[in-house]
Design a protein around this ligand. Structure first.
Ligand code: WTA
Length: 567
């Protein structure tokens, strides 16, 4: 029996108070995500229940009960407090998917600071832009990632502490560096939770836009209300579930549903901190008897590519419910999963800014493969005309996705960028920046993004950031970055580059430029292909027309070129 008994019944008379009541939260009172995800679960009689089962790339396993999570997050909270970190200071988590990331996140929230998770594969430039914008006070990392921080330390006088969780004992550390070993630290059984309230800031996640630097999406503790309820109704988390969210908490899925949604529902969750391989993933499901699996289209397409023989080697009969997020989930993937796992992946749609699932398929609902499903109860979503910002009168029209603001997990602003935040609203609607249509049964069909942001394997990459990085390369005169189609990742980064005089295109230069971007930004932002060209198409005012290059890659009509410079 699923948690959402009937979607239609839930829509009628829906009130977020349902979640407030289940969480015993009274408006105006203290609400602290760190406490809800550990202490409260213990108080509910689940102290000895496994909360986190972690497996590293070498197969080593660590297990934490909810009481372990409670005490260890207290320990981290106390350590940060003793260091002199204040409520609302930004504390960055720059870690692989290790237990310190999950437990540290809760510890930061318990002492009232703001958790700023950053993807551990980020290069120094990506890191610096985000730390500098947030004026981060402390960063928690591993020794293997510390050199990237050290490289930019001098440019960050506000960064008071570089905390290393696996420092070599006895090895002297530099100024501002401090070692913290969770396994060896004196355990703190009682910590006075900082009395955060609904609007106290909790998490700062960075996301990419087409222009300008990455935006810091500010969330608050009240987001718990929608994260808890969507995890319960859409992911259908139940007491005996063994849950696996494959996302990295460097991105929003990994925090909203890989930490908050999972722990606030008190389930056992498994984490695999290893690179992707079909064999290893199926083995993981078999070993831990995973029941609920939340993953992403790129992973599903990679599994499809790996074929069906490998599936037969494993017992995957524990799987009860599957869901996906991050990119369009094509109908082939839904049909394939139904055939090979006996369950379709249910598509869910949302974004960093929305904090929780907005549109999705629900257990028990008729699934239309290729559709994102319907709005979550309490969410008013539609599709509006891109110029008038009015909803369409007929179904089937393609327009901008528009959502009525006001759900609990909605971002509260972009960090120090109120102007861009305000631009996300039109005519009383919040615009996520995506295009869709709605059919006559109210199902949403994703069409594409409304900007040039590249969604590669579920990760948003700003063409602007990649172009800026390319321009720093010695040989590059100009660049334009667009998405190129790809079977597994749906889109990959492609760069068009013109060279400075004296440089000649070659395979070596190609590789050199790719590596340059990989180190500066991240492996995701690295162009998979570089095309050297003589001139870039530009408007008469000198703006690069990415649209033309994009159309060429996708074999589409080029459209209106009346503003093109060289026609
Ligand atoms: C895209 C990830 C199609 C969309 C949770 C959105 C999707 C952006 C889907 C957010 C989906 C997310 N179908 N596209 N089911 N889910 N997207 O902020 O463009 O990393 O705006 O959050 O990914 O990406 P973000």
């Amino acid at each position: 029996m699923s948690n959402i008994k009937s979607y239609h019944e839930r829509i009628e008379n829906f009130d977020w108070k349902i979640a407030e009541k289940e969480l015993d939260y009274e408006p105006g009172n203290v609400i602290n995500i760190g406490w809800y995800c550990s202490d409260r679960i213990c108080q509910m009689g689940k102290a000895d229940k496994p909360g986190l089962i972690w497996e590293g790339s070498t197969g080593v396993e660590k297990r934490y009960t909810y009481n372990d999570i409670r005490i260890n997050s207290n320990t981290i909270a106390q350590f940060l407090k003793d260091l002199g970190i204040n409520p609302e200071d930004r504390v960055c988590l720059f870690l692989d998917k290790i237990p310190e990331l999950y437990i540290g996140f809760l510890g930061i929230l318990k002492m009232g600071a703001i958790a700023q998770p950053l993807f551990s594969a980020f290069g120094d430039e990506s890191l610096f832009i985000r730390l500098d914008n947030a004026q981060t006070t402390a960063i928690i990392t591993q020794k293997k990632h510390a050199p990237k921080v050290r490289k930019i330390m001098d440019k960050m006088p506000y960064l008071k502490h570089l905390i290393i969780v696996d420092a070599d004992p006895g090895k002297p550390l530099a100024d501002r560096e401090v070692a913290f070993d969770l396994a060896k630290a004196g355990k703190v059984d009682h910590f006075d939770i900082y009395p955060t309230t609904a609007e106290s800031p909790s998490v700062l996640h960075y996301t990419s836009g087409t222009t300008g630097q990455p935006k810091g999406v500010k969330h608050v503790h009240y987001s718990l209300i929608s994260q808890y309820l969507t995890a319960k109704w859409v992911l259908d988390l139940q007491d005996d579930d063994i849950y696996w969210c494959t996302a990295d908490p460097g991105w929003v899925t990994g925090t909203s549903y890989g930490i908050i949604g999972a722990f606030s529902n008190g389930v056992t969750q498994c984490v695999l901190d290893a690179g992707f391989s079909a064999d290893n993933w199926y083995r993981f499901i078999q070993k831990h008897r995973i029941t609920m699996w939340y993953s992403a289209p790129t992973a599903i397409r990679s599994l499809m590519k790996a074929g069906e023989e490998v599936i037969k080697k494993y017992d995957l009969s524990s799987l009860r419910h599957l869901a996906s997020v991050g990119e369009p989930l094509n109908s082939e993937a839904v049909i394939w999963s139904e055939r090979v796992f006996g369950k379709p992946f249910l598509d869910t749609y949302w974004q960093t800014e929305t904090g929780s699932i907005m549109i999705s398929n629900y257990p028990g609902m008729k699934i239309k493969p290729g559709s994102m499903g319907k709005p979550f109860p309490g969410i008013t979503a539609t599709v509006i005309h891109p110029e008038t910002y009015e909803p369409f009168n007929e179904t089937g029209k393609i327009g901008l996705i528009a959502i009525r603001p006001g759900w609990p997990a909605m971002m509260r602003t972009y960090w120090k960028n109120e102007e861009t935040y305000r631009k996300k609203f039109q005519n009383g609607w919040y615009l996520p920046g995506d295009r869709s249509s709605i059919d006559n049964e109210g199902y949403f069909w994703f069409v594409g993004r409304d900007d040039d942001v590249i969604n590669t394997g579920g990760h948003l990459v700003s063409p602007f950031e990649v172009e800026s990085a390319l321009l720093e390369h010695l040989a590059v005169a100009e660049s334009a970055v667009v998405a190129k189609p790809d079977f597994v990742n749906m889109e990959v980064v492609k760069a068009f580059v013109t060279l400075k005089p004296g440089f000649i295109a070659s395979k070596d230069l190609d590789l050199d430029i790719m590596n340059f971007v990989r180190k500066k930004l991240s492996p995701l932002a690295m162009p998979q292909e570089i095309e050297f060209i003589d001139t870039l198409p530009k408007t008469r005012s000198g703006k690069i027309m990415r649209r033309i290059l994009h159309a060429k890659e996708w074999g589409e009509e080029i459209g209106d070129t009346s503003t093109l410079e060289n026609d």
